[in-house]
Every structure is written in structure tokens, then in C-alpha cells.
Design a protein around this ligand. Sequence first.
Ligand SMILES: Nc1ncnc2c1ncn2[C@@H]1O[C@H](COP(=O)(O)OP(=O)(O)OP(=O)(O)O)[C@@H](O)[C@H]1O
Ligand SMILES: C[C@@](O)(CCO)CC(=O)[O-]
Length: 402
Amino acid sequence: MACIEGNSIKIKVSAPGKLILFGEHSVVYGRTALAASINRRTSLELCENVENRITITMNKIDLNLSLNFSDIVQLVKENVPLMENNSDFSIKLIDHDSFTRLTLERISRVVDVSNLTDQQKSSLLVFVFLLHLIFHNNSDLLQPFNIVINSDLSLGAGTGSSASYCVCVSAALLHYRTLRTSCEFDKTNFTHEDYKIINEYAYAGERILHGKPSGLDNTICVNGSFVEMNRIGPKEFNVIENPPLINLILINSGVPRNTSQLVQKVAALKNRNPSAVDNILNAMDDVSKTASDLLKKIGASQKSCTSFEEDFQRLEELIVMNQGLLYSLGVSHRCLDDICMICNQQGLNAKLTGAGGGGFAFTVLPPNFDQGKLNTCLESLKSHGYHCSHVVLGGDGVCIDS
Ligand SMILES: Nc1ncnc2c1ncn2[C@@H]1O[C@H](COP(=O)(O)OP(=O)(O)OP(=O)(O)O)[C@@H](O)[C@H]1O
Ligand SMILES: C[C@@](O)(CCO)CC(=O)[O-]
């Protein structure tokens, strides 16, 4: 529930990161993917102030800005370019590329961007872009405020820090606008209708950071739980009922990489070898669909306490196949291959997650897995410089914390 201190609105929202179990990259081309939220979150606190300024603190990227409030109100009132022949204002009709360019120009009028890193500039651009869109027709509702953004997620490593960031900003600004218009101060949760709107705005933010993303990352960060996505299916995504309890270890290769460059790398490979790459993508689709059926079965059998060891073995087989297919698309990395090999030496199976090229891999622990072998595997990964951590899959999506 939002709180009011004096006459000032204060809200806090948070959104989880995500882990793609199957189908990264192929999902960009309309194939099936399976992902889950993880128990690491980004949070955003917004608190109105009386100082006539908007202050922005993004701790993960060392960004601290204090902007003149009237400059921002002026900026938000400026035109938003729409696609041809449309006069209605709606997020679906915005000419995204022109609006991104214009927003960048407008930002440089109110902030000295020459001192900012590219990363700070991109995150600020997303924030101002979303603020502009959300308050464009309601600029009189804006009041000076401070925002502070924190995150438990590693940036640029495959666990959806960018989507989690875009979801938080969209959710906080949309919720703030609602409070300024309808004073729903007793609202404690977002509705499914809110989820849909937050997702649309978050996707627009992700487009700035990622070019042409599939929308899987923001969808999972909004909805939480386990999500199966197939963009060309009748329904874009399904939240999986009876999600399985999976013991999963995240392994950080420590190799930095850039999601949009890796997506472009696959696009270039596909351009040069359309038929071969299509066959790889189709195989990935098959693997994801089979994995999705298996995960639903594992979830159900866990509940009824029947044996699921065999299903687990099949799941591991699919992990190995998916990693092989990603390797053939050129998005693995020497360190990711090394991680898979170290896990395999102890009877575990691993694959990269997210865009690849570095970042995280994961391995799942089969039921009753030998503790000694696990310890040996973790020691070996550590001695090669790979950091391991346990994550819980499938928690809450975006929510109002206070
Ligand atoms: N907490 C945050 N505060 C501000 N900006 C953030 C935050 N988290 C992410 N970002 C923005 O998102 C960018 C990271 O996006 P990128 O796609 O490279 O990584 P990722 O989302 O962690 O990986 P993947 O898309 O493979 O899951 C950062 O460079 C930054 O611009
Ligand atoms: C590589 C990719 O499939 C996942 C990035 O987390 C890109 C996307 O879905 O937009």
C-alpha cells in the first residue's frame, strides 16, 4: 500500500529477474521458450519532495542526478511522434525509433550527458522515455520526486536485469499516475489488467536497450512464476500451473557480453545460412516444447509424490541438446563450454542462459543428488574462477511493496 507522509506520496515497487530454461534466441524467431522468475529483484522507491527537483539515484550504475522540475515538465509536454496516419495517443502507435532519438536530444537539453557513461545514458534514456510516455497527457499531475533504484541482479549477465529495471520503472510510474488521479491508496497489488499495461511499457523500454527483443524477459519479470512463450501461437504466453520445484545452481562465467550484439550475431548467421539456421531453430522449438510438457509433468508428479527421476533425466538430456544447439548458433563461449564440462565430470548437465557469449550458465540438481559430487563440482568451478549461487525459481512477478 502506498503511504503518504505529510502530503507526499511514497511508493515502492519491485520486480524479479528471470532465468531462461529453454529457447533463448529461438524465441526471437517465434519459437517456443520456457522461463521462470528468480528470487533476485530490482526495486524502485519513489518519494515526492518539496525541493522543486527530480532526483534520480541508480545505485547499480553509479548514477546520481538532480534535475530541474520545470525542465522535466516542459520535456514531458513536448510532442510524441506517432506512426503515420494516426492521431490517437497510444503506446502501440508510437514511432519508437523517432521517439527514442527525440528523447535523447531532449535529455541533452536538461542534463550534461557528456559526463555520463554509455550505460548511464541508456538507463536514463529508458527512464525519461517512459516518464514522457506515461505523463505526456497528464503533465499537470507530476510533482517533484526522488527515485532510488537498487537491484540484487548482476547487470549484463543473462538474468534479465534490463527487463527487471524496465518493469520496475513502468510499474512505479503507472502506479504513481494512478495514485495522482484516483487516490487508490489502499491498493496493495497490481491486477492482471495492470500487468498487461506494465508489460507494454516495459517492452518499449527493452526495445531501447535491446533493439528487437522477443518480449520474453519483460513478460516473465511482470508475471513471475514459470512462463511458456510462443509469439506465433494463438496466445502469446501461458503461465504454467503447478510449476515444478527445481534445485538450480547459477554459475557466473564472469565474461561480460552484450545482449543486443549477440542477437545481431545470430541474425547475421541466419542471413548467411537461412535454411541451416531455420533447422536449428526448429530443433530448439522441439526441445522447448518437450521440456515444457516434462516440466508440467514433473510439477504434477511432485505434488502427488510419484517418482519423477526418469522425467528429470529426460529434462537433463534436453538441457544438453539445447546447449549444443546454442553452441551451433555461435552464442556459447570458451568459459561457458568449460563450465558445462566441469559439471559433466560430476554427472551434472549445464547450459548457458540468456543471450550467452558469457554471463551465466545453470545446472539443475537431480532429486537425491550425491552431496559429495556436488561439493566436488562446486569446488572445481570455484577453483576455475566461476562463482556459483543457488537460486529459487518461480516467485512473484512485479509487485507493490509499499
Ligand atoms: N538496476 C539497474 N539500474 C539501472 N539500469 C539498469 C539496471 N539493471 C539493468 N540496467 C540497464 O540494463 C543494461 C543491461 O542489459 P543487458 O541486456 O545487457 O543485461 P541483462 O538484462 O542482465 O541480460 P539478459 O538480457 O541476457 O537477461 C545495463 O547496461 C543498464 O543500462
Ligand atoms: C537472447 C534472448 O532470447 C534472451 C535474452 O535474455 C533475446 C530475446 O528474447 O529478446
